[in-house]
Design a protein around this ligand. Sequence first.
Ligand code: NAD
Length: 327
Amino acid sequence: MSALGRLPRALSALGRTSSQHLSRSITTTPVAHRRVPHERVAIVTGAARGIGRAIALRLAQDGYHITASDLPALQPQLDTLVSEINNTNNDASTPVPVRAHALPADVTSPEQVAALVRGSTDTLGPLDTMVANAGIAQVKPLLDLTPEDFRRMLDVNVAGVHHCFQAAAKQIIAQSGGQSGTETESGGDSPIRGRLIAAASIVAFKPFALLGHYSASKWAVRGLSQVYAMELAKHRITVNAYAPGIVDTAMWELIDQGLGEKATAESEGRRQVAKGEMIKKYSDELIALGRTSVSEDVAKLVSFLASPDADYVTGQTMVVDGGIIFT
Ligand SMILES: NC(=O)c1ccc[n+]([C@@H]2O[C@H](COP(=O)([O-])OP(=O)(O)OC[C@H]3O[C@@H](n4cnc5c(N)ncnc54)[C@H](O)[C@@H]3O)[C@@H](O)[C@H]2O)c1
């Protein structure tokens, strides 16, 4: 069924009639939902910077319309990203102009994430792919963690992924009239209707000391993605995660600083460990390919997971780390 054909069911499943929606569309966003076959929509959380920003740019390059989301405080960065996508993917030669818009949401709030999915669908049409990328890190020994440190880590990194996956899956299922793929005539051969993709990490395979609760959260993302894959396969939704290694972003600056402070405190004579020293040490000693990752390395893997080439891949957490962890 074409994207346009899926629309009326999607709208009624969302509790609105098509005519109500269309009259609103005509007065506010006349071209909303006028999708041609193969147009695709992705939501990317944590898109204001780092890996999420690179993923949004890469998926736009792949032809996805993009809903870029992050915390409300990062709206200016989201606006810059959206302008970049709208300006670079829409010249006269582009057959279907890519559209992007910014919609802030805190992923720890199920209500805000539900509004994000609704807002994306209202603006760009049926949802195809959710990239639950938003995450936080903290460098602290387990014995020093406060209950709030632990709760916050799981809230953002695990519950955040769950909220994104749950809201996106409900939307994608509603778009197909609530049918499960195996109930259709073509059974298990029916096309993939949606893709859920989460940010895990190499610490989901081998934890790092001083990143205990972060490691536990990413290990949980790996498990959660596997169960989502099991439960959503009948709806023709694939669920996977990406596991970056050491990526040169604001997050690794924070980790580098935290590990540096610990190393300084533990070194003989309290030798001051310089900024960047820990990331260099890890890169030199751990990474087979001998360089730290850049966000675009990760975006390339997400591009694959979000593409039809990954139709037969589900329940996997794929490592992209230049050769630190060998699975
Ligand atoms: N940088 C690395 O080396 C590395 C390695 C493995 C995994 N990862 C994972 O990749 C993802 C992106 O990491 P990054 O390096 O780009 O980090 P980053 O800190 O540069 O970006 C993370 C983004 O998530 C957003 N965010 C944080 N809490 C949020 C919330 N509650 N709601 C919405 N957005 C929120 C931040 O505002 C930020 O823009 C994270 O999940 C991270 O754990 C990163």
